[in-house]
Design a protein around this ligand. Structure first.
Ligand code: PAF
Length: 275
């Protein structure tokens, strides 16, 4: 695996033939990331991962400083997964001057759900992803469905800017008890980790109720919030939305997704299930 720390170095190596698939990450890689690398391989001749903890998408008081940085272990995992290129720039390389030009996704996509609780988050994500696209010029790019809203924002950005990049979603990888794999799971204490499975359980219950014909979205959401609270979580939201644009569904809509964000102790996790 070739490791590139500079944009110039990466561009010099960009002479390779064939399709390139990009998998942007912030590192601290787990099986979910590795599944994306494997999936990327089936869409391209060359796979490039990126590791960059992007300050722009963290709000003051969030975990930018403490976000786990495990570069050596990540490199081993990527090399083991057969990744061809790793782009791992420093902050000075990515942001040599303040990033005054930024991508502002529309509020109806980026100001709802997670965007309501993390204002500016998707601006930071869209901006860094646009930069990574310009730097690597991939033919395809893969993002996990666990960050469902992020995937939608990036898909729409690519479409509206006519980027010649196929945006591909990867299925969420879960632990045996259902907890979605996340770099932030490592923040959970042993007790919290045991409680954490309730997030998946509650989402599963909502998804099953919808499949069984329930259409009272508000009472399903409120019931889920109460159940999460009863098992120690502090929910930000549980929301049933249309998969295609994450807007509110009417009673006749199908193709839904139930999304949740909640805190357990000081750890905030998100998850979702397509219905
Ligand atoms: O999902 C992530 O890890 C990040 O939001 C991303 C897409 C790498 C942008 O920093």
């Amino acid at each position: 695996m070739q490791i590139h720390e500079t944009i110039a170095g990466l561009r010099a190596a960009r002479g390779y033939a064939g399709r390139l698939a990009l998998v942007p990450t912030m590192g601290n890689l787990h099986e979910g990331h590795i599944a994306l690398m494997t999936q990327a391989r089936s869409h391209a001749d060359q796979v490039m991962a990126t590791i960059f903890v992007n300050r722009l998408q963290f709000r003051p008081g969030e975990d930018f400083e403490t976000y786990p940085r495990t570069f050596e272990a990540d490199c081993e995992k990527l090399a083991g997964a057969g990744v061809d290129h790793l782009f791992a720039p420093t902050e000075a390389e990515m942001y040599p001057q303040p990033q005054t030009y930024q991508i502002e996704p529309p509020p109806e996509q980026a100001g709802i759900l997670d965007g309501e609780f993390r204002p500016g988050h998707f601006r930071g994500v869209a901006t860094v992803v646009m930069k990574l696209f310009q730097i690597a010029q991939p033919d395809a790019a893969l993002f996990g469905k666990k960050d469902y809203q992020q995937l939608m924002v990036i898909r729409n950005m690519a479409r509206e800017f006519n980027l010649p990049i196929e945006i591909i979603g990867g299925e969420t990888v879960r632990a045996a008890d259902g907890l979605a794999l996340s770099s932030r799971n490592g923040y959970l204490s042993a007790t919290e980790r045991a409680q954490a499975t309730n997030l998946y359980r509650v989402l599963t219950k909502v998804a099953e109720a919808v499949r069984d014909g329930s259409r009272d979205w508000a009472s399903l959401e409120q019931g889920a919030v109460r159940e999460l609270q009863a098992s120690g979580w502090i929910p930000d939201y549980v929301a049933l939305r249309k998969k295609v644009d994450l807007q509110l569904p009417s009673a006749h809509d199908s193709g839904l997704v139930v999304l949740a964000a909640a805190r357990l102790g000081s750890t905030r996790l998100i998850d979702n299930l397509e219905v």
